[in-house]
Design a protein around this ligand. Structure first.
Ligand SMILES: *[C@@H]1O[C@H](CO)[C@@H](O)[C@H](O)[C@H]1NC(C)=O
Ligand SMILES: *[C@@H]1O[C@H](CO)[C@@H](O)[C@H](O)[C@H]1NC(C)=O
Ligand SMILES: *[C@@H]1O[C@H](CO)[C@@H](O)[C@H](O)[C@H]1NC(C)=O
Length: 400
């Protein structure tokens, strides 16, 4: 609370606008704001890392819809739009989603600046940092609910039919909670007591919200690549292993060879895990590596036909072995006997590529009498075993 007052008291537009920059600078480039400005949707972006969880960005559409100016909105918490008739059930669902870093879709009664209330479909989703798995921002899209679909006491059941068809959204994890039911929401079992009005959005409105979320997250993801702090709308399986159970990290940590894991489902296949031996070999810190595509190891003298060969293997989902000139952080080069191989998750789908690096002619690597091929195969096998724990332990249970 005090922090928020602090933000508010620092006068005028410039200070407040700089809150957007302050929040975005670590994760995105400044150009992300221009890209967001081009979107027609009504949405806000909030930063849970700043005290009071303030709005750090509000779209033009949102400002028009709410009647507030940008200066009045930036730096404030989303609850300023709520009022006496705002449905508490929905507010609680949103609060819980924030706490658990999950997506949520609810109907919400908000108030404009002039005090007039309006129903909207509120869809929110968290955005994660690949580097450390932290939630960097929440994106919240608001689609005004049109028509007169206000339900009271469940009388107008017709309007509820088919309104919870998750599959039309194509985004299971962000789909509406069908269990919350339609019609009035009772605060207690006794009918008629404190019935809260509830307004259901149409399928069209739900699709619109889901689509807007997807667009916004893809813009954020795109612009985050420039700062190598990739974000992504999904926590499970997609945004690095930092989040995925300590047992996986421990299993991977036992593998002594130099290797990295890249996530095939993220744009540009960023590295989501790098072994200690890899960091030692290349001279980079872990956070300089995570979130980047492996090609940063290439340099001036790297043979482009070898690079192409690697690219083709990945496209065909095939393993391959190459000898490639790579560069360390200090600029020195080394010949890398690189083996890459796809790794499947428990459902048999390719989820990652593992890349195993062996420095050619490195004496410490040649004491155990194993050929590079044997060592590479052993490493890939160990990674596959470690990732199987991941698929079973983390993803399948949390996607429910
Ligand atoms: C944004 O809100 C306005 C109401 O101010 C509404 O007419 C418009 O359809 C909304 N835009 C989107 C893309 O949902
Ligand atoms: C992605 O970001 C680049 C800048 O890095 C920009 O030029 C491009 O238009 C963006 N693409 C999309 C689809 O936003
Ligand atoms: C395996 O990956 C596919 C494709 O990303 C995904 O749909 C599936 O849920 C994953 N299975 C498990 C068990 O993680």
């Amino acid at each position: 609370m005090e922090c928020r007052a602090h933000v508010q008291s620092r006068s005028q537009q410039q200070q407040l606008l700089s809150l957007t920059e302050r929040s975005f600078v670590a994760t995105f480039t400044a150009a992300v704001v221009d890209a967001l400005e081009d979107l027609p949707d009504n949405f806000t972006v909030t930063d849970p890392g700043i005290c009071g969880h303030p709005i750090v960005y509000a779209s033009r559409g949102f400002l028009k819809m709410s009647g507030y100016s940008k200066e009045e909105v930036i730096g404030r918490n989303g609850r300023v739009f709520q009022g006496p008739k705002t449905n508490r059930r929905s507010v609680m669902e949103i609060r819980e989603a924030v706490r658990e870093a999950k997506g949520v879709v609810v109907s919400l009664l908000n108030y404009r600046k002039d005090g007039s209330p309006f129903w909207m479909l509120f869809q929110m989703c968290p955005v994660f940092s690949v580097v450390d798995g932290r939630v960097t921002h929440f994106v919240a899209v608001q689609v005004p609910i049109s028509g007169n679909r206000r339900n009271s006491g469940g009388r107008d059941a017709r309007l509820c039919e088919g309104s919870c068809r998750r599959e039309v959204l194509g985004l299971e994890e962000w789909g509406p909670n069908c269990g919350s039911g339609c019609g009035s929401v009772l605060d207690s079992d006794s009918r008629g007591l404190q019935a809260e009005e509830q307004c259901e959005a149409s399928d069209h409105e739900k699709r619109k919200a889901a689509c807007a979320i997807r667009n916004i997250v893809s813009i954020l993801t795109n612009y985050s690549q420039l700062t190598n702090r990739l974000v992504c709308g999904r926590r499970c399986c997609s945004d690095g292993l930092a989040l995925l159970g300590s047992s996986v990290i421990i299993s991977l940590g036992r593998i002594k060879q130099s290797f990295v894991l890249s996530d095939v489902h993220l744009p540009d296949m960023p590295i989501v895990y790098a072994s200690d031996a890899f960091l030692k070999l290349t001279g980079y810190n872990r956070n300089e590596v995570l979130g980047r595509n492996c090609r940063f190891l290439n340099g001036d003298e790297t043979d482009s036909s070898t690079v192409l060969q690697i690219k083709e293997c990945i496209q065909k989902n095939q393993p391959c072995t190459v000898r490639i000139l790579n560069y360390r952080k200090d600029g020195s080069s080394f010949w890398n006997l690189l083996h890459i191989s796809p790794v499947r998750n428990a459902s048999g789908k390719i989820s990652h590529f593992v890349g195993v690096q062996i420095e050619e002619g490195c004496p410490t690597q040649e004491q155990d009498g194993l050929t590079p091929e044997m060592r590479q195969r052993g490493t890939v096998g160990a990674v596959k075993v470690a990732l199987r724990t991941l698929s079973i332990g983390s993803c399948s249970s949390s996607s429910a």
